[in-house]
Design a protein around this ligand. Structure first.
Ligand SMILES: NC(=O)c1ccc[n+]([C@@H]2O[C@H](COP(=O)([O-])OP(=O)(O)OC[C@H]3O[C@@H](n4cnc5c(N)ncnc54)[C@H](O)[C@@H]3O)[C@@H](O)[C@H]2O)c1
Ligand SMILES: N[C@H](CO)Cc1c[nH]c[nH+]1
Ligand SMILES: [Zn+2]
Length: 433
């Protein structure tokens, strides 16, 4: 039974806030388990990675190379059927076009004081790409991570993906080869994140780790942040649908289940301004669950973390959506453009009845690696920007220096940093007071 809320009730605010705070597989045990694995990988390198890979993925890898004879990327890629290659190629080109359009420009200007100012964008040298592979295989996630890294000009792209019992989908291998991965290791979970962050005898550490994963992967990224960069916390998938009387309940139910099937920790929420739509969606979810091969997982997610919220109007629905800050937000309403300006926090928004979130997962071209667990309040989905850094550039002319020096000198004096003051005063005739 999914939970129902009525946003018109006085108790709604506190009840719903408590609902949003509920743990979804990210409790203290996950943090403790992950910190233990990371410490071990840091101390024992490849030996530890190999042991955890046997434990969690039932795959023997060579601790020295982190490779397995059973998982050969190029041989597997050759097994990918042609129609699936065509779909991957199509998605690749759309993702490449979208991310090419994101390239920011360098900028330079000279201000009134005669100081030249600006910034330059440069690519990261090395990134680690995590491609999930525990419960499902994700060729689309290979593209979403590797294509923008390649377009940005990253020199070394290292991909990790678990290959449980030696199984790696040929489509994952084909997408990796197509997108231009430089190194591949069949490892997953916190141990793979640790190997990327700390390095092993065969895997040089990377500068940044990107990509989605389950609660263990998301927590591991969080814990290595600082030693390496990370993109965002892209954990178990989420969807929020705002629906009005024009929505098709069967379509909405299918969309809610599309994210519930990822993980028992996923979250699917419907906010509707038409109570009859809420009832019909609820019924349709229960009936569609019966015919899904992933139904057990989706049912667990829907009953443990799902919700249907009745809202009095669309403005209230938008306010609740901003409080949730969902990974994905569908506006399945008659006039989505009118509501869009009220939406402040969401990883990605899907407008109208013909833009199911699943299109964005694969082929619209926008990135599906998106912030979860309310991280959309402060971060964005993966983009070209994640593989670039911005450095500032400045040059003062003699006149510009003369204009800026007095204030710099005064501030250095106030901060009691005489060497700073001298570095300015030595270029002018003025001695620090
Ligand atoms: N937010 C996004 O952008 C996005 C995109 C795609 C997928 N996803 C999410 O990625 C996730 C994929 O999850 P998955 O499990 O299929 O694959 P995964 O690769 O993320 O996780 C598999 C690994 O988890 C580790 N693990 C499993 N149980 C463990 C335990 N008890 N203790 C320690 N480690 C353990 C193992 O090392 C295993 O290799 C889903 O939650 C899905 O929703 C998110
Ligand atoms: N919905 C996931 C992001 O939360 C991405 C994905 C990949 N394949 C299918 N879906
Ligand atoms: Zn999905």
């Amino acid at each position: 039974m999914v939970r129902h809320f009525d946003a018109s009730r006085a108790a709604f605010e506190s009840e719903f806030a408590a609902f949003l705070k509920e743990e979804r597989g990210t409790g203290h045990d996950v943090a403790d388990i992950v910190s233990g694995i990371l410490r071990d990988v840091q101390a024992r390198g490849g030996e530890a990675v190999a042991e955890y890979t046997v434990k969690f993925d039932k795959l023997q890898i060579d601790p020295a190379t982190l490779q397995s004879d059973n998982v050969n990327l190029h041989l597997l890629a050759a097994q990918c059927p042609q129609d699936l290659r065509d779909a991957i190629d199509y998605a690749h080109d759309r993702i490449a076009a979208y991310h090419t359009a994101q390239r920011p420009n360098d900028h330079s200007f000279t201000d009134d004081a005669g100081v030249q100012l600006g910034w330059r964008w440069t690519a990261l040298e090395s990134v680690g790409v995590y491609v999930p592979g525990g419960r499902a295989s994700y060729p689309s996630s290979v593209l979403m991570n590797v294509v923008p890294a390649k377009i940005a000009g990253v020199e070394r792209i290292v991909m990790v993906a678990p290959a449980p019992e030696g199984q790696l989908a040929p489509a994952v291998a084909y997408a990796a080869v197509k997108a231009g991965v430089d190194e591949f290791y069949p490892i997953g979970g916190a141990q793979a994140v640790g190997a990327l962050a700390f390095g092993t005898s065969s895997l040089a550490p990377v500068d940044k780790i990107v990509g989605p994963g389950n609660a263990f992967v998301a927590e591991a990224k969080r814990q290595v942040f600082g030693r390496v960069g990370i993109d965002t916390i892209a954990g178990p998938s989420e969807i929020l649908v705002i629906a009005d009387e024009t929505a098709n309940p069967d379509w909405i139910a299918a969309d809610l289940l599309s994210q519930a099937e990822h993980d028992p920790s996923s979250q699917s929420i419907l906010i509707t301004v038409d109570k009859s739509v809420g009832k019909a969606v609820d019924k349709s979810v229960e009936s569609q669950l019966k015919s899904l091969s992933t139904g057990e997982r989706a049912a667990e997610s829907w009953s443990a973390h799902g919700a249907i919220v009745d809202a009095p109007d669309l403005a209230t629905a938008a306010n609740i959506a901003n409080q949730i800050a969902p990974e994905h937000l569908e506006l399945a309403i008659a006039d989505p453009d009118a509501l869009l300006p009220s939406i402040r926090h969401a990883g990605a928004v899907f407008l109208g009845h013909h833009t199911p979130e699943a299109l964005g997962d694969y082929v619209t071209g926008s990135n599906h690696v998106l912030p979860t667990s309310r991280a959309a309040r402060f971060s964005s989905g993966l983009g070209l920007y994640d593989f670039l850094k911005r450095m500032s550039v400045q040059r003062a002319s003699p006149e510009g220096f003369a204009a800026l020096a007095p204030a710099a000198l005064r501030l250095a004096e106030a901060e009691r940093l005489p060497a700073h003051a001298r570095s300015v005063s030595i270029r002018s005739n003025r001695e620090p007071d």
